[in-house]
Every structure is written in C-alpha cells, then in structure tokens.
Design a protein around this ligand. Structure first.
Ligand code: AMP
Length: 539
C-alpha cells in the first residue's frame, strides 16, 4: 500500500493574511500621502478592520462571489483596504489604469464586467469622461481631499460604516479568482489576466525570500509602481504577509516628493520603473547634500531594462538597485538579479555585467528559450530566442481565452521578450521581439545600445528603434534627450560607443528630441517613436 501524506489540505487564500495584521502587526503603520501632500497615518489593525467592513458592506449590497469590483485609485490606504477587502468576500479586485485613455478604460471595464467602481475623489474628472460607456451599478468615492461627496455617488467612509469588522469570510478555494489586471496592450486590445488567491499568496512568499527581494518586518516599503500596474509588483500583499510598514506616495511621484518621503519615513525599500530612478538620480546629483539619510535605500527596478550607468550612479550614493523582470502575466516577478556568492570575488566590472542581466528565476518559475522552429536553445550566454515561462503565478490563459496562441501546446506562456541565458541561469533580455533591429541578417539589441548611450554624461534618456533601410533591411536610429544646455552629436555618440560594440551596431542616426514618449506605466513607448520616424529617409 502506498503511503499517503498526512498533511492538512489548508487552502492558500488571503483571509489568513488579513487576520495576521490584527494579531501580529496591529501597530505597524501605513502612511499615505494625500493630494494636498499631508501624510495620512493609520495602522494594520485599522486596515484589517476596515478591510473586513468593506468586505461586509460589499456582501450586503449584493456583490457576489466572482464579481469584479473595479478600483480607479492612486497608491494609498483605501486602495490597500480594497486589495484585501474585495477578495476577502470572494469578489475580484480589478485595478483600472488611470493613465489610459477614457476609451480604453471603458473598454476594459466593460470587458471585465465590472459591477462597482471605487474611485478617488480627485479622479472623478477622469471617471466623468468614460461614465456613459461604463457598466458600473454603483460608484463609491474615496474622499481624499476631505471635501464632501456628491449625492449621486456613495461616500466610501459611509459605505464602510454599513459593514461590520466581525465579518465572517465565506469559504474560498485557493484557486478562486482574487484580482484582475489588464496588460498594457501596446499592440492590439489590452488582455485580462486573473490572479487567484493561491497565485497571490505564493507570489508574495517567493517575493519576500532573502534571495528574492528580502522583505521583512524590519522594512519600510514604498511602491512607486502604481497599484494598478501588476498589483504594484505584489508589494502591498508581501508587506501584509511579513508585517512591513508601507509608505504610499499617493499622486506625488516626482523625484523631490519621493526623496522627501523616503527621508521622512526612513524607507528601506522602494520599487518602480527606470524612468522614476533616472529622475531621482538627476535630483540627487543636483543637490548632493539634501537627502543624506535616504541613502540606505534598496530599489527594485523593473518594467524595462536598467542601464549600467544607473547601477553605478546609485552605488555611488550608497543606494542599491536590484533588477527584477516580469510582466502582468507573471504576477509579475519572475526573475531577480541578485549576485550569487561565487560572483562576489569577481571584479566590479564583471559584477556589473551580471547586475544588468534580468536575473535568476524565482523558485517554481521555469524558463526556456526557443528559436523560431520551437527548438530549445542552450544556456550558453549567447544563443538567443523567444522567452517562455511557466509557474504557479504565471497565467495559463488570458481572460475569455483571448490570444490562445500566446501559449504553447505543452502549457508555457510565450512572452514577447527575446533573451539568452548563461550557464549560471542568469537571464539576459536582449529585446522585445518587435524592437530588435534586423540589419543585414544580424540582430542588433536596441536595449544594449540605448543602455550604453544613457551612460553618456550629457544624455538623460535614449531609445533605439529600427528604421527601414533599402539595403540593410533595418538600421538603428537613436532618439536622445540631452541634459539642459548640452549638445550631443552623432559623432559624440559614436565616440562614446567606440569599443563597446562592433561598428555595424552603431546607430546610423542620432536624433535629439525633447522627451521620449512614455507608456501609461512609464516605459519608453517605442511604438510612438516608430510612428514619428515612419517616413525617415536615409541620406
Ligand atoms: P508589463 O506587463 O506592463 O509589466 O510589461 C512586461 C514587459 O516589460 C516584459 O515583457 C518586458 O518586455 C518588460 N520588462 C519588465 N521587466 C524588465 C526588465 N527588468 N528588463 C527589461 N524589460 C523588462
């Protein structure tokens, strides 16, 4: 007779995490920056009780298991309460991206079938733009500004008062839906990804691990990445799991406001896309003595590749960048770029070569790279191909089974990222599939080029795109933003890149522009750049 496990079938769901808040971390603070810049202070006991009241109030007003409840909110205490309270009663929190066009938000809300909207009072003007096309039966307004809430809406605070903090959680299966997020959809319509309780719990346990982001109750965490961008990379849930203090920036995401906040609240870990850190680097360099005590910060940077120059600059300030790679579809953290012990004896230059890679997969995340024929590529540090991924917090389909061809027959997600993997398991992204430059049969990595160009002391931002070329098929064009008062020519860039790349990689055109267009999540919007240079003629 084969032996059976004697372990309990304990479901991995969010309610036990919510209850931990009150039991073990009641006094730990959650600080939020309000629109007028005042700091709102609460603690985890209050967050636990108010989340349960929200769960109870939603149940009483007829929200049912599996219904979608949308949020249109910045990062603050009420959004955290929604993160916990909505899934706690069996519904699905659907975070709407407030930087999308009104038309896209309306499309997404309809596609998800959102029943209720919880919206910040300061975002009502955006809501007004799409309300006629939206499906919401009730609109609940969070009074962040302290001004009253119009009678046509429900005041969030009064709504909470209709619920009970003694709410009894319904039975939830760990595979039930907990949250929903749409991909940014740079090509085609945005697609829905639905997280389960299990995937959310496992993702935050893996994220907290020492060899991942090493988040503990000793940390003070500021997600700059919005709570509508892949669950702020899971950080609000991970902080709840370990009892870490959260400092939420509200709508104030400029470098000065963030540095002030880090300093005042002694933040130890923050997270965001590279453009946020580029701005902080500039601010910090302009006033080197102003924010001395913010210097022990660990910064999780992802969403786009991190230039080596950014690692070096922050190391010089004493602030440590950790690169992570992932996507909405992967909850999102799939790899983290920590150095292995064997690399610590290597030269600093070698260490930077590893730190600019996207990192090693988290436990249970399987990665492989395949060529156009589906043939798996060796982990030799140069054979590149499409990156495929699977794991317990990787989506196995899109909502409503759209784009089923993005999944292989044997159940892997085909990402749009091209990479190679070295013998130690470090993944290095060379490009998004559609951003690679194909020049005379050779693939040129736009990421490697732009990251090197951004190391030039007079360049603020750089993005490289492929432009049609009658002889070579495509050639690289670099769009650059230079520091105020500086002039940078093509010859300067070629001199700067000399020795770093072979001659045929060097961009044939270097165009200075005022700003690189950005996506709704703050990444370089290459699709827009390609449009800008679509009728480029080589001379
Ligand atoms: P999103 O779903 O909006 O978070 O976008 C996911 C995409 O962002 C990935 O497929 C990558 O193309 C890109 N990305 C995320 N993290 C990184 C990183 N560390 N380096 C380069 N690209 C990244």
């Amino acid at each position: 007779m084969s032996i059976k496990s004697t372990m309990m079938d304990y479901q991995l769901t969010l309610p036990p995490l919510i209850d931990r808040l009150g039991k073990f971390f009641p006094e730990v603070e959650v600080v939020s920056r309000l629109p007028d810049k005042r700091l709102h202070r609460t603690n985890y006991l209050a967050i636990q009780q108010r989340s349960k009241k929200l769960a109870s109030a939603l149940t009483q007003c007829g929200v049912e298991k599996g219904d979608a409840v949308a949020t249109l909110m910045w990062n603050h205490y009420a959004h955290l309460e929604a993160y916990l309270g909505i899934p706690a009663m069996g519904a699905v929190i659907h975070t709407l991206n407030l930087r999308l066009s009104a038309e896209d938000v309306a499309y997404i809300a309809n596609h998800a079938g959102d029943k209720i909207l919880i919206v910040d009072d300061i975002l009502l003007p955006l809501y007004e733009q799409f309300k006629d096309k939206a499906p919401f039966k009730k609109v609940i307004v969070v009074p962040l500004t302290g001004q009253g809430v119009d009678d046509e809406f429900i005041n969030y605070e009064s709504f909470l008062d209709t619920g009970s903090s003694h709410f009894q959680y319904p039975t939830i299966n760990e595979n039930d839906a907990a949250g929903m997020c749409y991909t940014s959809g740079t090509t085609g319509r945005p697609k829905g990804v639905v997280y389960s309780h299990r995937s959310t719990v496992l993702h935050c346990m893996a994220e907290a691990m020492t060899d991942s982001l090493a988040i503990s109750q000793h940390d003070v965490v500021t997600p700059v990445v919005p709570m509508f961008h892949a669950n702020a990379w899971g950080l609000p849930y991970t902080c709840v799991l370990v009892g870490a203090k959260q400092v939420l920036p509200g709508p104030h995401l400029d470098a000065e406001s963030l540095m002030d906040l880090y300093e005042k609240e002694q933040v130890t870990l923050s997270a965001g896309v590279p453009t946020i850190w580029m701005a902080i680097k500039e601010a910090r360099e302009a006033e080197p003595l102003r924010w001395k005590t913010a210097d022990n910060l660990r910064m999780v940077v992802g969403g786009a590749a991190v230039p080596e120059s950014l690692f070096r600059a922050f190391d010089a300030f004493g602030m440590k960048i950790i690169q992570a790679w992932g996507m909405t579809e992967t909850s999102p953290i799939a790899t983290v770029g920590n150095l292995k012990p064997s690399l610590l004896d290597e030269s600093l230059d070698t260490q930077y070569q590893y730190r600019i890679k996207q990192g090693v997969p988290l436990p249970f995340v399987d990665i492989r790279i395949t060529d156009e024929t589906g043939q798996e590529q060796p982990w030799d540090g140069h054979s590149q191909g499409g990156t495929e991924v699977r794991g317990p917090w990787v989506t196995g389909a899109y909502y409503n089974n759209e784009d089923a061809d993005k999944f292989t027959e044997d159940g892997w997600l085909k990402t749009a990222d091209v990479s190679h993997i070295d013998a130690q398991g470090y993944v290095k992204l060379t490009d998004r599939t559609k951003d690679l430059v194909k020049s005379g049969g050779e693939w040129i990595s736009s990421i490697d080029l732009e990251n090197a160009i951004m190391g030039h002391p007079d360049v603020l931002e750089a993005a490289v795109i492929a432009v049609y070329h009658p002889k070579w098929d495509e050639r690289p064009l670099a769009a650059i933003v230079v520091k105020p008062g500086k002039v940078v020519t093509k010859a300067d860039i070629h001199l700067w890149l000399d020795g770093k790349f072979s001659k045929i990689w060097l961009p044939d055109a270097v165009e200075t522009i005022d700003e690189i267009p950005k996506t709704s999540t703050g990444k370089f919007m290459k699709i827009k750049l390609r449009e800008m240079y679509s009728d480029w003629v080589w001379t």
